[in-house]
Structure formats: structure tokens, C-alpha cells
Write a protein that binds this ligand. Structure first.
Ligand SMILES: C[S@@+](CC[C@H](N)C(=O)[O-])C[C@H]1O[C@@H](n2cnc3c(N)ncnc32)[C@H](O)[C@@H]1O
Length: 164
């Protein structure tokens, strides 16, 4: 498979899972946490799929996002997520209905290191029944690992639901 094919498959899988999660989260109140602004693709998609929900984005930088598509200052948390995420509840005000973890790397060792500090923070931020979409597996005690749509290649993305 060419790198272009692989990229397209990865983006399609990510979109399919975000759409699926957006449908499942219907009855769960709360904002969305987006980890990794990057070029703003999934931030923009989540805003489009979940109109009326606040989306709070975490990243160290603004990257290549067009100036008119940046989150406003209230919804953009600049800094290392490891430092900022544990302290974000006063900013996001309510526990999150959906958390999208898009800070995974193409390296299992790096992902394991990220998972080790990220997973313990997540449960304290999630609403009952809230969903976690992530590009690597996470140790979230009591969370249910849900099936993902058939269009998503095995091992590419994972979906967890917080206990109710
Ligand atoms: C794959 S990109 C996100 C892509 C984005 N969701 C999109 O659709 O365009 C990963 C982003 O996570 C950010 N990131 C990774 N680790 C981080 C950390 N520990 N703290 C803050 N930002 C981090 C990087 O700066 C990068 O912008």
C-alpha cells in the first residue's frame, strides 16, 4: 500500500470512529476534550458533528491551523498536556462527554510512555458514560472497550466508555 493510500485509510478510519462516537454520546451531557490540535482537522470535524457542544483543545502550539479556524482563547489550552490536563476542570466546567486522544505516535514505546501518564488523568475528567476515542490502548479501570465500526482496521483506533 502506498503512503498516500495508508494516510487516506487512517483519516477515513478516524472520521468513521469520531462520527460513531458522536452518535453514541447523544445522551451524555458535557464538553469535548480534543488532545492534539495539529492542523485542526479533527477539531473542526468534532465541532461540525457536535454542534452546541463546547470543544476544548490542548496542544503546545498552533501548528498550521488557519487563523480564522483557531479555537478562541477560552477553548485553546496551550502547553504540555501532561502539565495542563490534570488542572483543566475549572476551564471546561463540566466533566467531558467525549475525549479524543490524538497525540499518539507511530512508535509503540512512545505511546506506552504517553499512556503511562495520560491514562491516570482521564477518569477524573470524564462524565458517567462518556466516551474516549484513542489511537492507542489505555488502561482505564472500569471502562468498557466498545466495538468500533467494521470500516476501521484492527488495532488502529479504540473506543472506551466510562462507567455510568
Ligand atoms: C497527530 S497531531 C494531531 C492532529 C489533529 N487532531 C488534526 O486532526 O489535525 C498531534 C498533536 O499533538 C500535539 N502533542 C503531542 N504531545 C503533546 C503533549 N504532550 N502536549 C501538548 N501537545 C502535544 C502535537 O503538538 C501535535 O500538534
Amino acid at each position: 500500500m502506498s503512503r498516500l493510500d495508508s494516510f487516506i485509510r487512517r483519516m477515513s478510519a478516524q472520521r468513521d470512529l469520531l462520527d460513531h462516537a458522536a452518535g453514541l454520546v447523544d445522551g451524555v451531557a458535557g464538553p469535548v476534550i480534543e488532545l492534539g490540535l495539529g492542523s485542526g482537522r479533527t477539531y473542526d470535524h468534532l465541532k461540525a458533528r457536535l454542534p452546541g457542544r463546547e470543544v476544548f483543545v490542548f496542544d503546545t502550539l498552533f501548528s498550521t491551523v488557519a487563523i480564522d479556524q483557531l479555537p478562541d482563547r477560552e477553548h485553546m489550552v496551550l502547553g504540555d498536556i501532561r502539565d495542563t490536563l490534570p488542572f483543566c476542570l475549572p476551564r471546561i466546567k463540566l466533566p467531558a462527554a467525549l475525549l479524543h486522544n490524538d497525540i499518539g505516535a507511530g512508535d509503540d514505546t512512545v505511546n506506552a510512555a504517553t499512556e503511562a501518564w495520560l491514562a491516570p488523568i482521564v477518569p477524573g475528567l470524564m462524565a458517567p458514560g462518556g466516551l474516549v476515542v484513542t489511537s492507542f490502548t489505555m488502561d482505564l479501570p472500569g471502562y468498557e472497550l466498545l466495538d468500533v465500526p467494521a470500516s476501521i482496521p484492527a488495532g488502529r483506533y479504540y473506543l472506551y466508555r466510562a462507567p455510568v
